[in-house]
Design a binder for this molecule. Structure first.
Ligand code: 5GP
Ligand code: MN
Length: 339
């Protein structure tokens, strides 16, 4: 790993500190897993650590040890602000621009703490005094493991901490199948298993705890699938009415976008999800091969991410957004056909 970052971290952690760990808004398995994995390690080292999440996270991640102690800023802004104002160190995990934290960015910008970024997304902003940024990494959880290893602290990882890190690696690698999964990723996962992470139970907790309504929502999403062979693209839409009709809960649409990519010949998949409360359409993009959805999300949808997985938003209606998407696709036609 980045040895300069680790050398900078060592003295910061040499005495007991007040530490806040922050995941991005709408935290996924890697964001919550990396925060909780590091949280357990820091507490075992004798620090006072608190995870402050911008908003709540899905039910299928609530089994993680420590999840009950996560302070959700949207529910309790006063406590969130106080923890951040009081912090000596703030770890920002699984994102690299403070605007990824929604309203939580305001107290973060005012904080006097030293900021430490651990992240694997492209084009990091320059807000952290200590920056461990590596776009080659399959997950932030793997980077947290690297950090703890470099600090000589692996013996402090108990089964609970190992489970959190394993869970984030599992979700961000698509169950260890995405191209970013390396032999090292598998070795780290194996070590976490040896430290007590129950891999089969973790998989079940994350993927096999569906409510029937969620599966019915998936059915609706799949019947809305549009395939555009000329652009080797497939996209799904879900309107607010469709979400409401299926008792939508946070996290229900996780993974839906991948079904588009499973269509033979498709190299670009998208999902457009209406969010009437926020007056936006949330967009997830996925690609296979060299086509960069990070570029597309940055250029057209006020977002970003990785080459093969990115997200963004639109402030137009669902219909206007998909029409614009189809016009944008025309400008990438050659690239998509060559992918
Ligand atoms: P998802 O589509 O699963 O929400 O996110 C895919 C990837 O894109 C994740 O790595 C996530 O952090 C990133 N991402 C999702 N939405 C946004 C966004 O609005 N802005 C930026 N910069 N990245 C995003
Ligand atoms: Mn991640």
């Amino acid at each position: 790993m980045n040895t300069a970052a680790i050398q900078a971290l060592r003295p910061l952690l040499s005495t007991s500190r007040k530490i806040v760990l922050v995941p991005h808004k709408n935290p996924d398995g890697d964001a919550i897993g990396s925060c909780l994995g590091l949280y357990h390690y820091l507490r075992a080292l004798g620090h006072q650590a608190t995870v402050v999440a911008p908003n709540d996270f899905p039910q299928f991640l609530k089994w993680m040890p420590g999840a009950e102690a996560v302070l959700v800023y949207e529910k309790d802004p006063r406590a969130g602000k106080a923890a951040i104002a009081d912090a000596e160190l703030v770890f920002t995990l699984d994102f690299n621009a403070l605007d990824r934290c929604g309203d939580l960015q305001v107290p973060l910008q005012k904080a006097s703490a030293t900021f430490i970024m651990i992240d694997h997304h492209q084009s990091p902003d320059n807000y952290a005094q200590v920056q461990y940024s590596d776009v080659q990494m399959s997950s932030t959880c793997e980077m947290v493991y690297n950090t703890i290893e470099a600090l000589g602290g692996l013996d402090l990882l108990d089964a609970g901490a190992a489970s959190c890190l394993y869970a984030g690696m599992l979700t961000d690698t698509g169950s260890f199948k995405f191209p970013g999964t390396t032999p090292r990723t598998m070795r780290v996962a194996a070590d976490l298993m040896e430290r007590g992470a129950p891999h089969s139970e973790i998989h079940r907790n994350i993927y096999d705890t569906n409510r029937p309504q969620r599966l019915q929502l998936l059915g609706r999403a799949l019947s809305n699938l549009v395939i555009l062979p000329e652009y080797r693209t497939a996209y799904i839409t879900l309107s607010q009415e469709e979400l409401d009709a299926h008792g939508f809960q946070k996290g229900d649409t996780e993974g839906f976008v991948n079904y588009g990519l499973s269509v033979d010949g498709v190299v670009l998949a998208a999902i457009f999800i209406e969010n009437r409360d926020e007056k936006i359409v949330k967009i997830s993009l996925r690609s296979q091969g060299d086509f960069s959805v990070n570029d597309m999300a940055r250029k057209h949808f006020n977002g970003g991410g990785h080459i093969n997985a990115a997200g963004g938003r639109s402030e137009e209606s669902l219909k206007d957004t998909t029409e614009r998407f189809e016009r944008i696709l025309a400008t990438y036609k050659n690239e998509l056909q060559a992918s």
